[in-house]
Write a protein that binds this ligand. Sequence first.
Ligand code: DP6
Length: 329
Amino acid sequence: MFSGKARAYTNIALIKYWGKENQELIIPMNNSLSLTLDAFYTETTVIFSEELTEDRFYLDNQLQDPKATLNVSRFLDLVRQKADCSLYATVKSQNFVPTAAGLASSASGLAALAGAASAALNLALSPAELSRLARRGSGSACRSIYGGFAEWQKGTSDETSYAVEVPSNGFEDELSMLFVVVNDAQKDISSRDGMQRTVETSAFYDGWLQTVPQDLQKAKQAIAERNFAALGEVTEASALKMHGTTLAANPPFTYWSAESMLAMNLVRQIRTAGIPCYFTMDAGPNVKILVERKNEAMVQAALAEHFAPQQLILAHAGPKIEILSKEDA
Ligand code: DP6
């Protein structure tokens, strides 16, 4: 029996990943840059055992159906192959999120799975190798190997596509991210399906791609210079451009709901009133507000006039992945 346990925190991209060059290997079309957060994380235990005749996957103590289990099995196959191991495993994952509001993240989930499974089988991976492995489960997971800021360098192959730490001199500790959890009646389009449809059909996709290198450069410079307004501006611009591509897809779609628009408009109003804050959004209607820690209470109070307290979740920079235990028996 070989077991490993890991904890990984979620990350939110400031410069978005949107589109794959290679679906199978999850090589992205563009580099992306994220901030790892402390408020949402996943703890996963993987136990490989001679006694099992198939993989078993429990999420939040519930045994998962064959489809969800197959996704985990396919990922475990990569780890088994690397370790030259043919044992089946029991995987137990626990998502730690402040509310049950659809904030469970594939980034923290797949990073924790990669960390736990590779620790169990004694793979002794470097951060770059672990990032590469996590990437195969979900692209954004490759950034959750690191605390603070991380850049996923797209590379051109399985070997060269992984995330690295972005030097920041602790700038991330001055920042907060306020999650505005918004209800949405629409049927979800996963990030995986949404980005593929956009790459294949959106007339705006090339426009998005062309501006990413410049935006990434601006973000890294802003981090190096501790320039919050510059980082916020490019964060908001990257999200708006990414979401713009979905409107020109065929069939067109949007992740925005009326409440998302309300939150984004409030951010603009608060900014006009003199408090710098900026929004970003991912493949869902929730809005995330980047604000300096010293101003977080003011922004939270302004949002609380329109949203219920349980819809507002404050997060700060989070740590890197942690291997909590490993055991051979
Ligand atoms: C909008 O990493 O969930 O959140 O690689 O297909 O698993 P797959 O997609 P995923 O996509 C995340 C997209 C995003 C932007 C980002 O996190 O960079």
